[in-house]
Design a protein around this ligand. Structure first.
Ligand SMILES: *[C@@H]1O[C@H](CO)[C@@H](O)[C@H](O)[C@H]1NC(C)=O
Ligand SMILES: *[C@@H]1O[C@H](CO)[C@@H](O)[C@H](O)[C@H]1NC(C)=O
Length: 957
């Protein structure tokens, strides 16, 4: 949660720092690009004057890479360009300092195992341009031009992407602190027009080869060489060596070290991704405004449609259009800004090459520019060519969605706070009484003793194990919050151990970094330290986290990290992590590590057997491997309901498939219409949890009368009926890196009408969902995409041809959902208390026929909780296909086996002509006639009764 208003201790602090008037973010708490030194410096650089030259003669071909030196002609500082063609159409571009006086931070623990690189070949050289093949015989080539340095990536004769075409490559080399800095005031206010010279000065230096040091005093003294020089222009720029924002001063001991690069994408008009922003799916041009910012922040009452940073960051951008699909993954965990511009080629920007390649003319183009405060420049171009390819390419780099335990796909009930054990059990009973399914009850910060995580409040939660047991008896689980801010309290064991082991983040002066957060004075474990993460994981053992059981799971909130007293409500950038790295180097990684260590703790407490469930607010590239994420502290407003769709879609593009938004809205009180609509929408989003602020009125589903309770019951039950479909989609996401929730264009890449749509989306490849998100809506316009396709309304079973925009009248109980012709959706239709109660339940198959009379689908099932699907191949993956009037069940993966007692209860076929008879051919048994019924467009086959794991056929005659 974000800071609220009922915390007397913090009230003063918040009045000063955080709480704006009314329900809108106080923007002045957060930096604009202009207030962020490197962003301002980089943005002031005029395009088209790149000082960089590639020394083509320095080309070195290694077995897995090509190396070329780059030279900044102005400063003469040499850089090293490294190019790799990775298997599967991924091009890696790295630029580092050739002779760095001090190592730069390179992001660890995000990339999966090294991906094999294809040998690069020189195809030729034409004057100042070198032509390389990216992998033998492949269609991709790279043209490297010497002066000014630029690169053009081609597929066949088509230009896909140009790098540094606008000349905005920035690599602020490490330098010594100028003496003249003492006199900085004298230069403040000088015109920015000198800034273009920023990277053009300074002779190469032989600065000390110090590794990063714990005390941070690397370059400040001893800077004697060049003492007589006139200070270079860039160092006149205020903010290069010290930066002040509001009351905070960032000491910046290593000076300016930012990196930046531009990419031109000819033919692309639509770009997406780079979560997290409260923004439409399609990113807007940032010309005339701030760039999109990636810097994990606890933003109190965030606004919609701004480029402001939020809780998580994934530096992956997608482009999709007629040339295909392309991804740019910018592997950098420091503060990052992304500018997006639209342009037309053939003007000054792309030059002759593009004109030649594409025959001139006004080709639409998107320009993208990345700027990061420090680190190295490490970029992966994911070359597609199709959306699914880019998703897979990103999956090979950073891993796929962890397979969630089945229960976590059910419904979660949370609020800040359930008061005590009685409250928890009363709420749980309420769900049974209201007949609303429920899997998990959540406890926010008040459950812990004085907000000391890993403990329980002795007055309100004296018997946690009994409480958990009683929930478990009803086949339900619990989640408790464990935040990474640790109360500084000599009577708190967790604090004492962390301090004694030296596991806290340090200040620049080497003492434990302390800030202010929920428990008062807090310190922050250094999650970047693997030993600290080991220790943290060990805290989840049942004898360490007293009162915990195997049905207690975890919520990591506030892990940006949120520091109420820090700059921009987070940690000081000059704080120190293990190895002497500054917080600035790795800020965006902190939250990932918290979730990683917590998930590891849950795995370990079960002896490596059980899959974890951890929800995290902060995230980075790779967080998908550790659990679920949500969109943070939203509000009970229609706009926030609407934005939950594009936000989760952009998470999904970043491989974070397990996404949801607080149902009902965190701040403020929803009216019943908004609450119902939110349940309906949330039931069709991957992570389905209601949550609310401490100051809101209670809103359990039965508190608003039977009509509202009935509507919510219906929505939640729809979710549970589709559980087998959800679980199978998650398995696909886990195995094949395909998102569960998908933008329409991922499934219909040629249908330009879908490129900017984000009020409806696909689940897996089968369902199209268009939730009602307008107040008082009487109907919605649903776009049914595709060519030669049909869609079936899942409620009326009515068939519609595509493409068309369909007006669907709605009532308060409607959620427009359409099944795509040609798919099979498995369901379990018996209403139950929780997912665990559905384990042995029979299945129903919804077979929606294509215009050709065919359909394909699958079903994955296992024990729903352990790793045995992986380690022992204990799973069933069934395939169902319909062709020539025959529905066939077969194994989609004969490697797996799992003893399931479930059977097939019903088959619903949409779009079939009336048969004269239906025959079941069970495994080994005799052919038997099957009872069937045709009602309007719906053919229902009752009680085939075959085991779900068996091979069989059903023949319509
Ligand atoms: C690589 O790209 C080529 C050309 O677009 C395509 O034909 C091929 O299928 C792609 N390979 C992979 C593994 O994505
Ligand atoms: C369906 O029938 C056609 C022609 O009779 C045949 O070519 C095709 O292989 C059949 N498909 C299946 C899946 O049996």
């Amino acid at each position: 949660m974000a800071p609220g208003r009922r915390r007397p201790l913090l009230l003063l602090l918040w009045a000063a720092l955080c709480v704006g008037p009314g329900l809108a973010v106080d923007r002045s708490n957060f930096k604009t690009c202009e207030q962020s030194g490197f962003c301002r410096r980089q943005r002031a650089i005029p395009p088209g004057r790149s000082p960089y030259r590639a020394l083509l003669d320095s080309l070195q071909l290694l077995p897995d890479a090509a190396r070329i030196q780059l030279l900044n002609e102005a400063t003469k500082v040499p850089l090293m360009l490294e190019l790799r063609g990775l298997r599967g159409n991924i091009t890696r571009i790295r630029i580092t300092e050739l002779n760095p006086p001090r190592p730069r931070f390179e992001v660890p623990d995000v990339l999966m195992d090294e991906i094999p690189a294809e040998p690069l070949e020189v195809l030729g050289r034409d004057g100042d341009t070198l032509e390389l093949s990216l992998g033998p015989g492949g269609p991709h080539r790279l043209l490297v031009t010497g002066s000014p340095f630029r690169m053009d990536l081609l597929r066949g004769r088509r230009l896909l992407c140009s790098v540094n075409a606008r000349g905005l490559l920035v690599f602020e080399h490490q330098r010594q602190r100028p003496h003249s800095l003492m006199d900085i005031g004298g230069w403040v206010g000088r015109a920015w027009d000198k800034i273009s010279a920023l990277f053009h000065r300074d002779p190469p230096q032989d600065a000390p080869q110090d590794p990063p040091s714990e005390n941070g005093a690397t370059n400040e003294d001893g800077a004697t060489g060049g003492a007589d020089e006139k200070p270079p222009d860039n160092e006149e720029e205020p903010g290069a060596w010290e930066e002040t924002f509001k009351t905070h001063t960032d000491s910046k001991p290593y000076g300016p070290m930012s990196v930046g690069l531009d990419f031109s994408l000819p033919g692309f008009e639509h770009v997406y991704g780079i979560p997290e922003h409260a923004e439409s799916l399609r990113l807007r041009s940032t010309q005339g405004g701030d760039p999109y910012r990636l810097y994990n922040l606890d933003v109190f009452q965030y606004e919609l449609h701004t480029p402001m940073a939020l809780y998580g960051s994934v530096p992956l951008l997608w482009a999709h259009g007629p040339p295909g699909t392309l991804g740019i993954f910018w592997l950098n965990a420091a503060e990052t800004w992304v500018d997006i511009g639209s342009n037309t080629a053939g003007k000054t920007l792309l030059g002759k090459l593009l004109d030649y390649m594409q025959g001139g003319g006004e080709t639409p183009q998107t320009d993208v520019r990345w700027m990061s405060e420090n680190g190295v420049l490490d970029v992966f171009l994911l070359l597609g060519p199709a959306p699914h390819d880019v998703a897979r390419q990103y999956g090979t780099l950073t891993g796929t969605q962890a397979l969630p335990p089945l229960f976590s796909l059910g419904y979660h009930q949370s609020r800040w706070n359930y008061r005590d054990e009685e409250d928890v059990l009363a709420v749980e009973r309420g769900f049974d009484r209201a007949a609303v399914p429920l899997d998990v009850l959540w406890l926010d910060i008040e459950h812990a003793h004085g907000k000391r995580y890993f403990t329980w409040d002795p007055t309100h939660f004296p018997h946690p194990r009994d409480m958990l047991r009683r929930l478990a008896d009803k086949k339900r689980k619990m989640v408790s919050i464990v935040d990474p801010h640790i109360k500084v309290d000599p009577d708190y064991r967790v604090h004492n151990e962390l301090r004694a082991r030296g596991f806290y983040v340090k200040t620049k002066d080497g003492s434990d970094y302390e800030g202010w957060c929920w428990p008062g004075s807090t310190a922050y474990p250094d999650f970047t330290n693997p030993e600290m993460r080991e220790w943290w994981a060990s805290m989840f053992a049942y004898d360490q986290y007293e009162g915990s059981t195997e049905t207690l799971f975890t919520w990591n909130d506030m892990n940006e990290p949120s520091v109420f007293s820090g700059p921009e409500v987070t940690m000081h950038k000059d704080a120190r992590h293990r190895g002497g790295w500054e917080h600035r180097d790795l800020h965006n990684l902190y939250g990932l590590y918290v979730q990683m260590a917590t998930a590891e703790g849950q795995i370990r407490r079960s002896g490596g057997r059980q899959r974890p469930f951890v929800l995290s607010r902060a995230f980075f590239a790779g967080s998908q491997r550790y659990g679920a994420v949500w969109t943070g502290d939203n509000a009970a407003e229609w706009g926030h309901l609407r934005i939950s769709i594009p936000m989760c879609l952009s998470f999904a593009l970043a491989a974070l498939s397990f996404c949801g938004a607080d149902v009902g809205g965190f701040f403020q009180n929803p009216d019943t219409e908004l609450l119902v609509r939110w349940y309906q929408a949330g039931a069709f989003q991957p992570f389905f949890r209601a949550h609310a602020h401490l100051d809101t009125v209670r809103r359990e589903p039965w508190l608003f009368g039977e009509e509202v309770a009935g509507l919510i019951r219906h929505a939640v039950r729809r979710r549970y009926a589709l559980l087998p479909f959800w679980y199978t989609a998650f398995y696909r996401s886990h195995r094949h890196a395909l998102p569960v929730m998908r933008p329409l264009w991922m499934e219909f890449p040629e249908d330009t009408a879908t490129f900017a749509m984000d009020d409806q989306y696909m689940l897996d490849r089968a369902l199209l969902v268009h939730p009602v998100t307008e107040q008082g809506a009487r109907g919605v316009h649903v776009y049914l995409p595709g060519k030669d396709e049909v869609w079936y309304d899942v409620d009326s079973h009515q068939q519609h041809v595509a493409p068309q925009t369909l007006y669907v009248p709605v009532t308060l109980s409607s959620v427009p959902v359409f099944q795509r012709g040609g798919t099979v959706v498995p369901r379990q239709e018996r209403p139950r208390r929780s997912t665990e109660c559905m384990r042995g339940d029979p299945y129903t198959l919804h077979v929606a026929l294509s215009p050709q009379g065919t359909a394909e689908g699958d079903l994955f099932l296992d024990d729903g909780e352990s790793f045995a699907y992986d380690t022992e191949r204990r799973f069933l993956h069934r395939r169902f296909s319909f062709a020539n009037g025959t529905l066939t069940a077969s194994s989609a993966d004969p490697q797996g086996s799992f003893p399931s007692s479930s059977w097939l209860e019903r088959v619903v076929i949409l779009g079939a002509p009336k048969p004269s008879s239906v025959l079941l051919r069970p495994p080994g048994g005799p052919e038997t006639p099957l009872h069937f019924q045709l009602e309007g467009p719906t053919l229902t086959l009752r009680k085939p009764g075959v085991p779900i794991g068996a091979d069989w056929e059903i023949v319509l005659r």
